[in-house]
Design a protein around this ligand. Structure first.
Ligand SMILES: [Fe+2]
Length: 229
């Protein structure tokens, strides 16, 4: 009799465990769909810059691994790299795509976008960490960035990674109002701003990835680095 109740209870427990596992998988699939949908929205709004946003996420993951970030945090790194600029949907297109110089008021409005990104991402269950990375992706290691003016290691490492790769992507991308810089010049600018805007170690970790990217672009264009130099 007791063994019968025990069997019944262990059967109920294992079906409960199975059900919890199913619900967890559904929750993760739903969260991933939300991330993809928001990323698609950024593409449609043309807020993602030159390289496809998945390439930006790939760079972030590669740099994070080089910086010995634990594997369990990499999902948050990927999401933050994909969606850090989502707050730009709160900035009018006329300002985002303005070709001339920005007024101080327009600049102040654009500079609110990390806070807007945080306010959106923190509402996703399980993305609270990524929302903080997005909040601080325009901080500078010398404390002159925004929104909080954090310095050095007070800035989350993932935010420092996004700051470097996002700046590189913006520099090499063609925009409607300007041509992208050559990769070599973009790398030189990362180096020049190492220790002021950018984290030195992260720039050093990213440079081989950026150089590989340049080699891939030349290969795709049917030429070679040596021929182009
Ligand atoms: Fe940004």
């Amino acid at each position: 009799m007791i063994a019968g109740i025990g069997d019944l209870m262990s059967g109920q427990t294992s079906s409960l465990v199975l059900r919890i596992k199913e619900l967890e998988e559904q929750h993760l699939a739903f969260r991933n769909s939300l991330v993809c949908a928001f990323n698609q929205m950024l593409d449609l709004k043309d807020i993602n810059t030159g390289v496809h946003s998945t390439r930006l996420a790939e760079w972030a993951l590669r740099v994070a691994r080089k910086m010995d970030m634990p594997e369990e945090r990499l999902y948050q790194v990927e999401v933050a790299a994909l969606l850090h600029d989502i707050g730009k949907i709160g900035v009018p297109d006329a300002i985002l795509k303005k070709s001339g110089p920005l007024t101080p008021e327009e600049r102040a409005l654009i500079n609110r976008h990390p806070e807007y990104s945080w306010s959106i991402l923190r509402l996703f269950p399980g993305l609270e960490e990524a929302s903080l990375y997005a909040l601080h992706h325009h901080e500078s290691v010398d404390g002159t960035g925004y929104p909080a003016g954090l310095k050095g290691n007070d800035i989350p490492m993932v935010s420092r990674i996004i700051c470097v790769i996002d700046a590189f992507d913006a520099m090499v991308s063609n925009r409607c109002y300007r041509q992208g810089l050559p990769h070599s010049e973009a790398i030189a600018r990362l180096l020049r701003s190492s220790g002021t805007q950018f984290d030195r170690d992260i720039v050093q970790a990213f440079i081989p990835i950026a150089e590989q990217e340049a080699a891939d672009v030349f290969a795709a264009a049917g030429t070679s680095m040596s021929a182009a130099l």
